[in-house]
Design a protein around this ligand. Sequence first.
Ligand code: HEM
Length: 359
Amino acid sequence: MTIEAQGITPDRVGVSRKFTLIAAPLAAIAYPWTLRAFNIAAAEIVEPSRPTHLIFWLGAALFLALAFAIPLIGLLASFRLARVTAPTVAERRAELVALLVVAAPAIYTFLGVVDFMTNSPLPDEWAFALLWALLIVAVVASPDRPYPIASAAAAPATLRVAHGVAAIAILAVFLGFHLVNHLAGLIGPDAHRSLMKSVHAIYGSALVEPLLVAALLFQVASGSFLAARHLRASADPFRIFQIAAGVYLAFFILGHMNSVFVYARSWSNPPIVTDWSFATSEAWGGLIESGWSNRLIPHYALGVFFVVAHMGAGLRMAMIGHNLPERWANRAMFGVAAAAALLALAIMLGMCGLRLDLV
Ligand code: HEM
């Protein structure tokens, strides 16, 4: 059978075509080095009297922006690949890998903690590069035959409702308090610590904590199932954004639980108190100065952004489901995403040392 007969145009099988399929995971390989370059430039900023101060300042800003650009490249690649109406197997796999690129910051943090705990001889940036290299090979080796697209991939209604109800419970019992608690870091570590003491009494109790952990794991499992269902058909950018945010959250939630419950509270001897000092890597010099911990800047920032924006995408679907004009639903989602970005920025500025003088 000719490639035209299989529904594939010749320009979709060449070397350049393959390159566009793997551009996002290729960019992901650079992620740890953008952070390393940021760290080197940021270390020079602390000497404002030096004539090169401005150059290093701009360099640090540029490299941090490049680190954030990598998940954005993954998102744009997923949008493009999800729009293909009759994709090949290679294109469909490239779409899945591009969605993983969105989660690169959370994957790199998770990998870094596991690498540290296992005392791995393979440095985490190389383990990370190996992961993307394997995924690139998997895409390149994939056939250019048509992928069997499902005509209707409706997600089971009961699971959708359960995912939504669990989200409201998590928001009410934990997430709302947790985000406000991190915002208090803008006032100072003491404000963060004393607020944490009060809110931890709610979600950290012997009764609530196991239920919360179960609810978060349920979100990962149910969300992954729903995402897999939606990915069987082609999807619009709104749906892809919701799925990409979910993929990020899956790695973020599992990595966060590993850091707090396994690494800090069980593996470390003596156990590490998981408070402000732990979150901001005080013992290692802080989020900007520490060569390991500056990965936490994009990791946390996107964690806050995606968890709120993902719910904004859910709000959009709910508004459309209630027959409200799509235009309104889109605006509501953009509004929530903009608020999510501002919230993430405010929390990160506090964690990186900015203080609001409220007295
Ligand atoms: C704390 C974690 C999470 C929260 C708070 C959350 C919240 C939500 C909310 C509020 C919705 C809208 C529900 C509805 O339309 O009824 C939703 C939908 C969705 N979530 Fe999550 N989610 C979380 C984690 C995840 C994860 C880890 C994934 C994994 C990929 C995921 C994937 C999805 C998908 C695919 C949908 C669309 C469901 C559909 O319309 O069929 N979510 N999420």
